[in-house]
Design a protein around this ligand. Structure first.
Ligand SMILES: [Cu+2]
Length: 510
């Protein structure tokens, strides 16, 4: 090996360790900003502080407010303000059985999974017929970050199959993968020859060949389809299969939303997922990573169902929603009897499990919605800069011979943000102007604080609860909405305007 021990490196490294001890004491960053021109320059370039913390001009029409003629209070529970409710045995405790605005007569609320399409179908002889195509897919999980994975019909996860209890369905599967596959209909009580468990129940579908699955759907709930080849599963071969009940669930919901959580391992500088790995460094929700995940936007007071499906190969996800208490109303097996619903803030969702959350969106704001595992709250948890992981060397060998080990490179082009050798480095997903443009170029994020993309990463998304008029501005009007304007308006109406703090402006993105 040609690496030469460097005394300069050694002393720099010791100095670094000493300084980072100061950082642990909380003095590091302030000291750096105070003394280093580079850091000051960095702070000036990255964050252009907005002067003053005055609320911007009002937005929308608060008087447009709440729907008329809707009973607002049920046993002390208001659908319009956060409350603990009163009696845990009340039907309306924490909004348990509070209906949405949508009448049950209007049928089931349509299912919506952000960033995923629905698989079209046509009625053929009384049967809903779908065409599903397993294929290699390039999925842009973040702007400019494309992963080569497996999916269906040009999508990973595949498009949603949405049917109603009692339907007879036919799914013609044509294999465009370079290898054999089969499709398993996860959770369905169906005739065995259509179960998709290759070899056990059918022969694998060869590349270019088709297989027809056909069965009656008598259950309802949150289901999914996936390849039954483990390495293809780890490669992304999955999609939602939503079966609406013939009789609308009571109480009816206004929103029926779905998220599929997945992990992948992709070597640095590679784009092909490595399905053999036991660790996972890319995290996706409906095939995108935060902050490219599309927020769930709902109206203040609505009853919301969110179906979360965990199709990670080996990782469970404790899924947490801020600002709301939700009820667990279903798992992938079936709807849960109401007497067994559980109120939660975080729910652990195991591999190949789905869980339905229901709640009244009674708290306006932009709420974090995320997996609580810290390694899942970011991407690129791989080959960190410091001595913990180095190429061609075990940690033990490195530590056993510190004097001869190559030093940490302290040449730091970004001293205000990066800390060599520590995982904080991983906070620094490079956010180029094109990246930021793609993040902001979506209706759903309009009016959020300018700095939100800095905190929503990996298995994270946002639940936006907007008063009716702000919902219309964000989701239905084409007017330009200033960054932070919707958030500020919610503070004005529902928060503490005196404590309002303007976001820092991301340089070049104001
Ligand atoms: Cu997780």
């Amino acid at each position: 090996m040609s690496k030469k021990p460097s005394n300069a490196n050694q002393s720099e490294r010791r100095r670094f360790l000493k300084t980072s001890a100061m950082a642990a004491g909380g003095a590091f960053y302030g000291g750096l900003v105070g003394t280093s021109t580079a850091a000051q320059e960095h702070a000036r370039k990255m964050l252009d502080m907005q002067h003053g913390n005055q609320l911007p001009a009002p937005l929308g029409d608060p008087a447009a407010g709440r729907p008329v003629g809707v009973q607002a209070e049920y046993d002390g529970y208001s659908r319009f303000k956060p409350t603990r409710g009163d009696d845990p045995d009340s039907d309306f405790y924490l909004g348990k059985l509070m209906p949405g605005f949508r009448s049950a007569d209007a049928g089931n609320a349509p299912f919506y999974a952000p960033d995923l399409d629905k698989l079209p179908w046509k009625m053929v002889g009384g049967v809903k017929e779908f065409h599903l195509v397993p294929m290699a897919v390039e999925r842009e999980v973040l702007p400019g970050y494309k992963l080569n994975v497996y999916g269906y019909n040009d999508s990973m996860p595949g498009p949603t199959i949405e049917v109603t209890q009692g339907d007879r369905i036919r799914i013609i599967v044509t294999n465009e993968l370079p290898e054999e596959t089969s499709v398993h209909w996860h959770g369905f009580e169906l005739p065995v020859q259509y179960d998709g468990a290759s070899e056990l129940t059918q022969n694998l579908i060869k590349p270019g060949k088709s297989f027809v699955y056909e069965f009656d759907v008598h259950e309802n709930g949150t289901f999914f389809y996936h390849s039954h080849i483990p390495m293809q599963e780890a490669f992304g071969s999955v999609g939602f299969m939503i079966v609406h009940p013939k009789k609308v669930y009571a109480p009816p919901v206004d929103r029926d939303l779905g998220l599929i959580f997945q992990n992948f391992y992709v070597e640095p500088s590679q784009s092909i997922a490595d399905s053999w790995r036991m660790d996972w460094n890319w995290q996706t929700i409906n095939g995108r990573s935060g902050p490219y995940t599309t927020p769930l936007v709902v109206k203040h007071g609505e009853r919301v169902r969110i179906r979360i499906m965990n199709f990670s190969p080996m990782q469970h996800h404790p899924v947490h929603i801020h600002g709301h208490t939700f009820w667990i109303t279903g798992h992938e097996g079936a709807r849960i009897p109401k007497s067994a619903w559980v109120p939660r803030n975080t729910e652990l969702i195991g591999i190949a499990q789905a869980t339905d959350f229901e709640f009244i969106a009674n708290n306006p704001g932009d709420w974090m919605f995320h997996c609580h595992m810290v390694h899942h709250m970011m991407n690129h948890m791989t080959r960190q800069v410091g001595p913990r992981v180095r190429p061609d060397q075990t940690v033990e060998a490195y530590l056993a011979d510190l004097d001869r080990s190559p030093g940490v490179n302290l040449k730091n082009s970004d001293p205000g943000f990066k800390t060599p050798g520590y995982p904080q480095e991983m906070k620094g997903m490079v956010m180029q102007p094109e990246f930021m443009k793609a993040i902001w170029n979506r209706r759903e994020v309009q009016g959020m604080r300018a700095t939100w993309p800095m905190s929503v990463m990996g298995l994270m998304t946002v639940l936006r609860v907007l008063p009716d008029d702000l919902y219309r501005i964000v989701m239905e009007s084409d007017d330009r909405v200033e960054k932070g304007a919707v958030f500020a308006e919610i503070v004005r109406r529902f928060g503490s305007p005196a404590d309002y703090e303007a976001a820092m402006k991301m340089h070049g993105m104001s």
